[in-house]
Design a protein around this ligand. Structure first.
Ligand SMILES: C[S@@+](CC[C@H](N)C(=O)[O-])C[C@H]1O[C@@H](n2cnc3c(N)ncnc32)[C@H](O)[C@@H]1O
Length: 239
């Protein structure tokens, strides 16, 4: 087991997401867990959760619920009550057999959780309309450029100043393009955070920068400074 897996020993809820983990779906059938966030991603998210102590968090993309379980276990440990974590995923029952919902229920985490069974392009504006705000947002749904861009567009409206938005799979071209847009056009409003500061602090800064700029970074995080000012005629920087 890698050193990055060690924190999960203190979080028994995360056991199904360790190597060779399984979950039971809503029909009672066991399923092998796949497509879960990497251990590195989860360690970085845990780090920023402990730094920021956000009262409410949001994720796009639930699947088997690895990141949702982590967020909810952290909310419980922090003593947060009421609905603290929300996840958007239209395919939880169709593609994932409701495994995440069943797991959260069996771990006693459901009372703090809300699931939006809709495409993120519809669920996110509805959340904005309802006045919802979040201190951390994890973007891990559709990996198509147009969907990730829409996820960012609305997440920007939903994220608190000082809050963190994290993009999984930023080494993928679709996601990387949205990340480049933020870096090149919104640098005054978003400060990039290094995942390596958490997972590989011994790495020289140059090596970290090379990984970032050669688009080989799995997880990219930004902290919202001030709401970015974007007049209709703001100059465009190619990305
Ligand atoms: C990589 S998985 C998420 C993994 C999860 N965060 C974890 O750590 O276990 C991507 C998820 O995005 C969902 N998804 C795909 N398109 C979506 C969309 N347009 N809106 C919301 N979720 C979407 C899929 O059903 C899938 O469950």
């Amino acid at each position: 087991m890698s050193v990055l897996d060690l924190p999960w020993q203190q979080l028994p809820e995360m056991k199904p997401f360790l190597p060779d983990g399984r979950l039971v779906d809503e029909a009672g059938t066991g399923r092998e867990v796949h497509s879960a966030s990497t251990s590195n991603n989860l360690v970085v998210l845990q780090h920023w959760f402990r730094e920021l102590k956000p009262a409410r968090t949001l994720e796009i993309g639930l699947a088997f619920g690895a990141s949702a379980t982590l967020f909810l276990a952290l909310h419980r440990a922090a003593g947060h009550t009421g609905v603290c974590h929300e996840a958007i995923d239209p395919f939880q029952r169709r593609d994932w057999g409701g495994c995440a919902l069943r797991h959260l229920e069996s771990e006693g985490l459901s009372a703090r959780f809300a699931h939006h069974e809709a495409l993120s392009c519809f669920a996110l504006p509805a959340l904005h309309e309802s006045g919802a705000r979040f201190g951390m947002i994890y973007v891990d749904g559709s990996h198509l450029f147009e969907d990730v861009f829409v996820d960012f567009y609305f997440s920007n409206l939903l994220l608190d100043t000082g809050g963190v938005i994290a993009f999984d799979d930023s080494a993928c071209g679709h996601v990387g393009k949205v990340v480049s847009f933020i870096r090149r056009n919104l640098a005054a409003g978003y400060r990039e955070l290094s995942p390596y500061a958490v997972t590989a602090p011994q790495w020289p800064r140059l090596k970290q920068a090379v990984a970032r700029w050669s688009n080989r970074q799995q997880l990219t995080l930004f902290q919202k400074l001030d709401p970015p000012v974007r007049n209709w005629d703001t100059a465009f920087t190619n990305f």
